[in-house]
Design a binder for this molecule. Sequence first.
Ligand SMILES: Cc1cc2nc3c(=O)[nH]c(=O)nc-3n(C[C@H](O)[C@H](O)[C@H](O)COP(=O)(O)OP(=O)(O)OC[C@H]3O[C@@H](n4cnc5c(N)ncnc54)[C@H](O)[C@@H]3O)c2cc1C
Length: 448
Amino acid sequence: MAFPDRSRTVVIGAGIHGLSTALHLAEALAARGKGSGKDVLVIDKGGIAAGASGIACGVVRNNYFQPAMRELMAHSVAVWESDPKAFSYHPVGYMQISPEVMREDVASIYRQQQAIGYDSTFIEGAKESALYMKGLYDDWQAKGITSVLHEKKGGYANNTAAIYGLAGKAEALGVRILTGVTVTGFEFGHNSEAVAAVETDKGRIACDQMIIGTGPWVRDFWDMLDLPKSITVKGRDGALHDDVPMWRYWQLEEGVLGVEPGFLTTNDGAMPPVMHVDTDAPLYSDVDGSLITDALWGIYYKPDFHFNGVQGGASPYEVTTPVDEVAIDPYGPASPEFVSSPDFAHMWCSALAHCHKRFEGKLGLYRKEPSGGIGCFTPDSFPVFDRFRENAYVIADSNHGYKMIGVGKLVAEEILNGATPGLLKPFRFARYAEGDLHPVSHSPFPWS
Ligand SMILES: Cc1cc2nc3c(=O)[nH]c(=O)nc-3n(C[C@H](O)[C@H](O)[C@H](O)COP(=O)(O)OP(=O)(O)OC[C@H]3O[C@@H](n4cnc5c(N)ncnc54)[C@H](O)[C@@H]3O)c2cc1C
């Protein structure tokens, strides 16, 4: 097929957001008799799932302290549930296991989940929490836990398999996915601010509408759109904070323990929910008993056949390199700089042993292959979904986004209707200037 010189809609990025938007645009155009998937072109400099979506842990949860995030996630969970086979989705549920300092935050999450009809159970008290956890795992031994939120929905999806599933569904509706094409810039209109064409290393593609779903590379696309590198943020206290960098990078620390995935089943032999444990109990080395940390720490983990082991991660760390100098490529495990550290393996395996006796003495089984990758975060660490320069839609998920398969559906709706869906309104760029920020929780993670 010849290289296209025009497409009504060009989507940049064949990850979760680009492909979900392409699929839902194709569906909605056909349903309204206004076109089809043939009006949508996806381009990617690598391949399908070449970015963060292809290395994500794949956790799908509702557990967010921010009401707007929770409502958005409930919408996305419904999209995952709409075709679990194609999306390689495992609805095993999700658990947030927390210390006293987080109890009230999580209690409010539970109350609001009840209000939106999201099925979950909440256990409070140290004894009650231990009893509930031992009912699931008889070797449970984590300390400092005083609440358990058990979401009955959610779970995880197999990272690349789900993205290929999305791509297959989009292509079946006529969407063209062109890989190995690098976007180098934009051509703006003569009488408007709009993007008239996307410039690539293979040629120019004129378009009416353009969507950017480029994950960690959003920094570069923001620059190509001539948007500000730093902004003014009106804080919750009403004070104006000038020169706040628009983007920051964090390194996601993840890895795999090479045990049979069946090594972590519940007492009745079932695949367990995705586990997230935060605690302020001191964490000691499972190797020599030395203190690793006495500050609040957290881990997440799940048995995963796709990774062939128990896979998970811990709190990320902020990348201190000046943002413009952060080398995003080569990305993920291929990066010489941004992969999980040996310290991570020691901490994570010790933390697993802190939680379950069965993980004691298992550090030697940790897979010593590169893993993890960087994510690009916004000033408040929550997504920006907005339209810039009239026809450039930016999906910047602040690294929350593998689970957000529904965002593309909402973006497609917004593009075709012209009006912003209520679920996307709390994520407009204008919130920074207006001080309309999301509440902040006590979690040690920048994405909770
Ligand atoms: C280690 C790790 C674990 C994670 N775990 C989870 C999790 O468990 N749950 C969760 O919800 N989220 C998770 N995330 C976050 C999640 O992966 C991302 O938020 C999400 O995948 C971003 O999707 P995307 O479609 O925006 O971008 P990506 O999947 O990164 O896709 C962007 C695409 O843009 C392409 N591209 C870049 N530049 C150009 C260019 N110039 N021209 C053409 N194409 C270009 C890239 O090749 C890439 O394929 C994790 C992230 C990391 C790094």
